[in-house]
Design a protein around this ligand. Structure first.
Ligand code: M6R
Length: 333
C-alpha cells in the first residue's frame, strides 16, 4: 500500500519557513478558522491564532518574523478580510488564501490559494462552505504535519481513512434530520438559548448560535461551557435551553459536568452527542447522536447545528435562504 500523501497543491515554500500562523476571517469563516487553528496546533504543532478581520485592522503591525497569514473567506470579497490582509501585505507578510471563488479579490492579493471547491452557495447563511473550509484547513494541517513529521504514519493513515469516510458521515448526519427537527421545534419556542462546547467545539457552539440567530431571528449565544460559571450562569432559567456538543473521548467528562451544573439551575439540557449515550440519562431532555472522529466529528456536529437552525427557522416560517437585513457578501464597511 502506498503511504498516504496529503496535498493542497500550494507551493510548499510558502509555509516551509512559517513558525507561526494567523488565520484572518469574519463570521462563519472565522468559526472555520477557529477549527482550523485546532487542527494546525494539534497536528502540525505550529503556534496559530484565529483573528476577526475587522479587529486585525485596528491592531498595530509588529515585527513578527516567521509569521504567515491565512485569509479564510467563502466569497473572497469580504471587505474587512481584504482590508486586514492589505494592511499586512504592505509589511511583506506572506499570505495564503482559502476561498471558494476562483479569481476573487482575495486570490489576487494572496501569494497562494487553496480553493475549497464546494460549488456556488446561494443561501445567505453559510453552510456547505463552512464544511468545505474546515475540511480544507484539516487537509492543510495534515500536509504540514506530514512535511514536519509531527504525526506518525499510523496516525496519518487513520486520519486519511476518516477523511475518506466524510461523505458517508455527512449522509448519516442528514439521516438524523427528523430527530433534529423535533429538537429544533422545542428550541424554537425559546426567546434565548445557548450552545455550549469545549475544545474544538467552542467554535462549533459559536457557529451553531450564529446560524440559529441568523435564520430564526431568535437570540442564541455560543459559549465555551467552562465559561458559564464566569457570568452566563446568571442568565439560566427554565426558559433558556442549552444545547451541548458532547464529544466521545477527551473532554467528555468535563462537558457532562457542565451539563449537570446547567440542569441544576433548571435550564433544559439538550445534547448533540458522539459515542455512548448511557451517561446522558437523567441529565438531558433530549439528544441526537452523530458520528465521532478527530476530523469528521466537528463536521458532523456543525452539520447538526445547521439542521437545528434550519428546522427551527422553517417552523417559525422564516425566510431561510434570504434572512432579513443580511447580504451574502459584505463588501462595505
Ligand atoms: O464570504 P466570507 O466567508 O468572507 O463571509 C464572511 C461572513 O460574512 C459570512 O460567513 C457570514 O457570517 C455568513 N452569513 C454566516 O452564515
Amino acid at each position: 500500500v502506498d503511504p498516504v500523501q496529503f496535498e493542497t497543491g500550494i507551493d510548499a515554500a510558502l509555509l516551509a519557513g512559517a513558525t507561526r500562523l494567523r488565520l484572518v476571517a469574519c463570521g462563519t469563516s472565522y468559526h472555520a478558522a477557529l477549527m482550523g487553528r485546532h487542527f494546525l496546533e494539534h497536528w502540525a504543532r505550529i503556534p496559530t491564532e484565529a483573528v476577526i478581520a475587522s479587529e486585525l485592522r485596528e491592531r498595530p503591525l509588529l515585527d513578527e518574523p516567521g509569521l504567515t497569514y491565512i485569509g479564510v473567506s467563502q466569497s473572497g470579497e469580504t471587505l474587512d478580510t481584504l482590508e486586514a490582509l492589505r494592511h499586512v501585505h504592505k509589511q511583506g507578510f506572506p499570505i495564503l488564501a482559502v476561498t471558494n471563488v476562483q479569481g476573487s479579490s482575495l486570490t489576487r492579493l494572496a501569494d497562494e490559494t487553496i480553493l475549497t471547491r464546494v460549488g456556488p452557495e446561494v443561501g445567505v447563511a453559510a453552510t456547505k462552505t463552512l464544511l468545505g473550509q474546515v475540511t480544507t484547513l484539516a487537509i492543510l494541517a495534515l500536509e504540514l504535519a506530514q512535511a514536519r513529521k509531527t504525526l506518525d504514519e499510523p496516525t496519518l493513515e487513520r486520519l486519511a481513512h476518516e477523511l475518506r469516510r466524510l461523505p458517508r458521515v455527512l449522509e448519516e448526519t442528514l439521516g438524523r434530520e427528523q430527530e433534529l427537527g423535533v429538537m429544533a421545534r422545542q428550541l424554537a419556542q425559546a426567546e434565548d438559548l445557548f450552545f455550549l462546547g469545549r475544545g474544538v467545539h467552542v467554535a462549533t457552539a459559536y457557529e451553531a448560535a450564529l446560524k440559529f440567530k441568523e435564520i430564526t431571528y431568535n437570540h442564541a449565544e455560543g459559549f465555551g461551557s467552562a465559561e458559564l460559571k464566569h457570568g452566563p450562569f446568571a442568565l439560566l432559567s427554565p426558559e433558556t435551553p442549552c444545547v451541548f456538543f458532547v464529544p466521545a473521548g477527551e473532554g467528555r467528562q468535563k462537558v457532562l459536568g457542565n451539563m449537570v451544573e446547567v440542569a441544576a439551575r433548571n435550564a433544559k439540557v439538550y445534547a448533540i452527542v458522539q459515542g455512548e449515550t448511557a451517561d446522558l440519562e437523567g441529565i438531558v431532555d433530549g439528544y441526537v447522536k452523530v458520528a465521532g472522529g478527530d476530523v469528521v466529528g466537528p463536521l458532523a456536529m456543525s452539520l447538526a447545528g445547521q439542521l437545528l437552525a434550519y428546522h427551527a427557522a422553517v417552523g417559525l416560517d422564516r425566510s431561510v435562504d434570504m434572512p432579513r437585513n443580511l447580504a451574502k457578501s459584505v463588501t462595505v464597511e
